[in-house]
Design a protein. Structure first.
Length: 289
């Protein structure tokens, strides 16, 4: 009777092995294209790819539409379908591993049914972590863009005031400010499209896709509307935007500071507990003697 508690774990392990062997060769090109640092469990992801294919999921839900927008920002629109499948495969793989751990806890606790509930909750949490990770990456990206956008606006104002057209200013900034940040990488893609014959509308659309934020959309709209016209109206509009963006940059810097202080809170608590133990231990030992 005691051996029966291992049945859920053994069944899941056999299913895991079958799915892995089925998907290992079929999805080798998918898995090999992923960065191990970004996807630490990528070696197990053939299981997720296999299950998603077996389910015949069509990737048409509201969540999928949101993920497509987020993935287009992180990895460019050309790769959004690939990374959409990767994220779902990661979520399913995480969930399967959670179920495996839950079934192992079930066996270790002598068949306690509560452990099955714990396993299901763990599977759900691990699956959702794959989607939450994408959201966190996008929020971090938006924060970096919010910091860089005021500087970009100021540079455009200075160069436009010196006589350059907006198009010429964007090209000059991209060529001279080769910074490895999301905004300047997106600007490089915009300029590349311009230099390869794309219209201004097509090029600026690349910026709003890569940095899908209200501030960037407004900035791109003002730049696009005045790309050919130039004149003082453009500078006035950009100065107005620049003032708002500087306020946004201050708010972004404040959020970064708050996040840093929050991250430091847990280590500080551990240090405090260690100090209390060091101080209290001799007194407790003396009382015991």
């Amino acid at each position: 009777m005691e051996n029966l508690v291992y049945i859920p774990f053994l069944v899941l392990m056999i299913l895991f092995a079958l799915l892995y062997s089925k998907g290992k060769k079929q999805y080798a090109s998918f898995v090999n294209a992923l960065d191990k640092k970004e996807y630490s469990l990528k070696d197990f992801m053939p299981v997720g790819f296999s299950l998603m294919d077996l389910s015949r999921y069509r990737y048409g839900s509201n969540l999928d539409r949101l993920l497509r927008r987020q993935v287009a920002e992180l990895y460019t629109a050309e790769y959004q379908e690939f990374y959409l499948r990767v994220i779902w495969a990661q979520a399913v793989t995480n969930a399967f591993l959670g179920l495996l751990m839950g079934s192992l806890f079930f066996a270790a606790m002598g068949g306690d049914p509560v452990m099955l509930g714990v396993g299901a909750a763990l599977a759900a949490a691990l699956a959702w972590s794959a989607f939450a990770d994408v959201k966190n990456k996008v929020e971090k990206r938006h924060l970096q863009v919010a910091v860089d956008l005021p500087d970009l606006t100021n540079q455009i104002i200075i160069l436009s005031g010196a006589g350059l057209t907006l198009r010429g200013a964007l090209i000059k900034i991209s060529n001279e400010m080769q910074m490895d940040t999301p905004l300047y990488r997106a600007l490089g893609q915009v300029v590349e499209k311009m230099e390869h014959g794309s219209t201004d509308e097509e090029a600026m659309d690349q910026l709003t896709v890569a940095c899908n934020m209200p501030e960037v959309r407004r900035f791109a709209s003002v730049v696009l509307q005045n790309m050919q016209r130039g004149g003082q109206d453009v500078l006035i509009a950009l100065r107005d935007i620049g003032k708002e963006l500087w306020d946004g940059r201050k708010a972004a810097a404040k959020r970064v500071a708050e996040e840093t202080s929050t991250k430091l809170l847990f280590p500080m608590m551990l240090m405090l507990i260690a100090v209390i133990i060091l101080v209290a231990a001799p007194a407790v030992m003396g009382m015991a003697i």
